[in-house]
Design a protein around this ligand. Structure first.
Ligand code: HEM
Length: 557
């Protein structure tokens, strides 16, 4: 493998993709359910629609993402810093996660943890599920601490130097995750595990939900920031250009570090018992997250325009024709970014106290997160796998054409899915509903025939996309040809415009150099983020702890 950390990275990525394969296999069945076609009656291994949905949500949103991100954000920063990770620690993280996932999977497959991916109490699943979920998060935190420690050591050995961009962004993401994962860890370890083991008599559902959403919203940034790293710092080189603004990229990551966590209450607008004042404050903070998202959109757009200009492109939109559309690594990422535009717009609706009332718990919500985590993140991870697996294994990508088709079909499948689901949501069709077993929906269903059919069709398109994608991946991994070390796919670390200008002797702006020096103090921003979280959440947690309402639990196992 050349670099020994390649092997552990490959294990993280491939295990994550195997989890996605199982999780995604159930998706089309759910889509058919929305088209009122019930295939569950022919599936003896699933006890209910909800068991399948639990498996789908947990494997896709929690397990696939955590493995993929842990591998990616261990490998990239270490290579960017030129430091080898401690392999014993990296493997310990991998096995901690894997033992956890096996425990949780055992519980879900045995129908002992059909809790959906939010596992809200008072529904109570097997302790194996909660312990497994805790181990998954602990595994990711081991990687987080390792990367932060490696970076701190690098800083000590390179005083006064600016951290390479990819490493900087990775460290900021891991710092954010250290703060953000606390809610889930406390919920599971302090409340749900003892409760499911029968050591405590009850658990307060509102407190548990608040802890869940403390992590549950920030986790969406944990899913999307690794995609941003690829868009900001790798895609420019893949497109044949440079990073338009290195300092803008750093600034947006600092803003994400500060703003990702203290906004979770916007998932609980309809939970009574929480202060409307704090909900409003957190709503306003949520809107602030638009700022780094816009910074990203404009600066990544500028990088692509620079790349197209370098290939002779010009005009307002004409330059887009000069981009390398035949390369699946490039195209999948651009399609992922495009899907994020309606995804972000829908997110603003969800985060608005008044508008959320119209869409809460309707099909709108899965419509929203399939074009964010299900496309912006997942399709970017597809793109990354198209170059990173060949890089790690020295095996060429099995079929460029098939990879390209899988990206386009995934994109269009998810767009059709999102149109259908958002539309259904506006009619009032609920999410998490097994249509064959539901009563009282017929009037609403008759008004939603077109969008429900769209959801069903999108499921079929996505099934084809998934088959093509996994065929490319397995054919690549199982291929026999290996290229020489010299022909290895390089890691596409991009240069910034400022670096190129400095090399050309044009110097750089002292103001920007000063800004980068300030942004370099990630520990200061980490402390500020922690303080902001305390201010935003402490009053709510104190009030919940002082007025507990424990309930015994509805045992499902
Ligand atoms: C829920 C379809 C891929 C994450 C759903 C639902 C459908 C669906 C129809 C709504 C079910 C309901 O509320 O009753 C699909 C299809 C996919 C796909 C057809 C592709 C073949 C993904 C991916 C992710 C994902 C890639 C994340 C990375 C989720 C989550 C839920 C969900 C978290 C919510 C589970 C819950 O409510 O507990 N999916 N999905 N899906 N999907 Fe997907």
């Amino acid at each position: 493998f050349g670099h020994p950390e390649k092997k552990v990275t490959l294990y993280f990525l491939v295990t994550g993709l195997l989890m996605l394969l199982i999780g995604v296999a159930i998706g089309p069945l759910q889509a058919l359910n929305y088209a009122n076609i019930d295939v569950y009656q022919y599936l003896p291994f699933l006890k209910s629609y909800y068991q399948g949905l639990s498996l789908h949500g947990v494997l896709n949103a929690l397990v696939f993402t955590t493995y993929f991100i842990s591998g990616l954000l261990l490998y990239l920063p270490c290579r960017a810093l030129g430091v080898r990770p401690n392999l014993v620690v990296a493997w310990a993280a991998y096995w901690t996660m894997t033992i956890g996932v096996l425990m949780a999977a055992w519980a879900v497959l045995g129908n002992n943890a059909t809790l959906l991916y939010t596992f809200y109490p008072p529904l109570q699943g097997s302790p194996l599920f909660y312990i497994g979920a805790a181990l998954l998060v602990v595994g990711s935190l081991i990687i987080a601490v390792q990367v932060i420690v490696i970076w701190t050591g690098w800083k000590r050995q390179h005083p006064g130097e600016t951290t390479p961009l990819v490493a900087y962004m990775s460290v900021a993401t891991w710092m954010m995750w250290v703060i953000a994962s606390l809610g889930l860890v406390v919920e599971v370890v302090v409340f749900l595990i003892p409760w499911s083991l029968g050591w405590t008599k009850g658990v307060d559902p509102l407190l548990a939900r608040t802890l869940f959403w403390y992590t549950g919203h920030a986790i969406v940034y944990f899913w999307v920031l690794p995609a941003y790293i690829s868009w900001y710092a790798l895609l420019p080189r893949q497109a044949g250009g440079v990073i338009a603004s290195d300092s803008m990229a750093r600034l947006s990551f600092v803003l994400f570090l500060l703003l990702s966590t203290p906004v979770g209450l916007h998932h609980q607008y309809s939970d009574t018992g929480l202060s409307i004042g704090w909900k409003t404050v957190q709503m306003l903070l949520t809107f602030l997250v638009v700022v780094p998202s816009m910074l990203t959109a404009f600066s990544v757009g500028a990088s692509l325009e620079l790349a197209a200009q370098a290939r002779g492109g010009g005009g307002y939109f004409g330059w887009t024709r000069r981009l390398p559309w035949k390369d699946p690594v490039f195209t999948a990422q651009v399609l992922a970014m495009i899907s994020f535009i309606p995804g972000g717009a829908g997110g603003i609706v969800n985060a608005s106290l008044a508008l959320d009332t119209a869409v809460h718990n309707t099909a709108w919500i899965p419509g929203h997160f399939h074009i964010t985590v299900g496309t912006a993140t997942t399709l970017t991870f597809f793109a990354i796998s198209f170059w990173l697996l060949p890089h790690l294994t020295r095996k060429p990508l099995a079929s460029v054409k098939m990879a390209l088709w899988s990206a386009w079909l995934w994109f269009w499948g998810m767009i059709i899915f999102a149109v259908g689901m958002h539309w259904e949501g506006l009619i009032g069709i609920p999410r998490r509903t097994y249509f064959a077993g539901a009563t009282g929906l017929s009037e609403m269903i008759s008004r939603a025939q077109v969008p429900l059919a769209l959801t069903g069709i999108s499921g079929m398109v996505l099934a084809v996309a998934a088959v093509l994608y996994f065929t490319v991946i397995f054919r690549t991994l199982l291929g026999r040809t290996r290229v020489s070390a010299q022909a290895e796919v390089p890691i596409p670390f991009s240069q910034s415009l400022a670096e190129v200008e400095a090399l050309a002797g044009n110097g750089g702006s002292p103001k920007i150099a000063g800004a980068v020096r300030v942004l370099e103090r990630l520990w200061v921003f980490f402390a500020l983020a922690l303080a902001l979280v305390l201010v935003m959440y402490l009053p709510t947690f104190i009030s919940l702890l002082l007025n507990p309402h424990p309930v015994p639990g509805l045992r499902l196992w």
